[in-house]
Design a protein around this ligand. Sequence first.
Ligand SMILES: NC(=O)c1ccc[n+]([C@@H]2O[C@H](COP(=O)([O-])OP(=O)(O)OC[C@H]3O[C@@H](n4cnc5c(N)ncnc54)[C@H](O)[C@@H]3O)[C@@H](O)[C@H]2O)c1
Length: 319
Amino acid sequence: MKILITGGAGFQGSHLCEKYVKEGHTVICYDNFMNGDLSNIRSLLGHRNFKLVKADIRDFDTLEKNSIGCDSIFHLAAQIHVDRSVVDPKETYDINVLGTLNTLEIARRHDVDRVIVASSSEVYGSAKSVPMNEDHPLEAPHPYGASKTAADRMCFAYSQTYSMPINIIRCFNIYGPKQKDTGYGGALSIFTKRVLSGIPPIIYGDGKQTRDYMYITDCVKAYDLVLKSKKFNGGVINFGTGQETSILDLANIIIKISKKDLKPVFVDPRPGEVDRLIADITRAKKLFGFKADYSIERGLTELINWYKHYKQEEWTKPG
Ligand SMILES: NC(=O)c1ccc[n+]([C@@H]2O[C@H](COP(=O)([O-])OP(=O)(O)OC[C@H]3O[C@@H](n4cnc5c(N)ncnc54)[C@H](O)[C@@H]3O)[C@@H](O)[C@H]2O)c1
């Protein structure tokens, strides 16, 4: 296969690039390095099946030129920071909505077999009920979430208007090596760096707020099932574990695995923080038998080992 991965130098994208180059496919990694990192894909540079294109998703002609002959597209490129979307909502809209529209239009013109688009659980907003299934109302309360919603619905519109099978993936919190400690990686990466440096993690509120954390290896497995499924192509799917972990438990597990004698420090809650976010993964289970393999303890153990080996300089400067 020839696979285009937009946002391929980012956290999730670089893991997908590695997997598919290793499997012998040709991978075009398309990224403008707004949040991506060359170190994420360094091991692939110079590989005959790997092509890096440093360009913007908003540049239709360059994107189209590099999509010719592709069998599949993973569209992951996005401005992922809520704070940045609040400061400059137009930039986030342009990248996330117009970038997705460019990708869809190119897929349509060139009859790409499989289109897999990273939407987000952020499209749901605060949970009306948990776990959250794909029919949960879309009430994103910030420009980032609204931009992902617009892109998500544009995918749906393309699938209806042009009978294109588009796979719309709503990831909950994915974590793992290569993730930056901003955006989705926030609390988890910051806790890890602080604890490894012997500094207690800071918890906003009582720490009882929960999230659904899925390890990157499980996320890649789920994307791969969507790419290769014979029965399924097209629709909205949650990616998560279906398990909830409280922020307090997360902090304590990191402390335990790191073997540090620390206790979390509690500070005032942050206004507007969501209480519970858990994915209902019934659809992914039914459609292609997805089940996460990594418990939170196992995923965090791998992440902490990675930090120790590869990120020593960075984790001595905790956020
Ligand atoms: N990581 C998570 O937990 C999570 C959860 C839900 C949804 N998502 C979605 O998954 C996708 C990947 O997220 P990630 O965590 O890997 O983020 P990331 O920031 O590491 O990856 C996004 C990549 O897109 C690139 N990019 C940004 N603007 C671009 C532009 N204008 N042109 C070309 N490339 C551009 C960035 O440089 C970066 O490499 C995103 O679409 C995100 O919204 C992620």
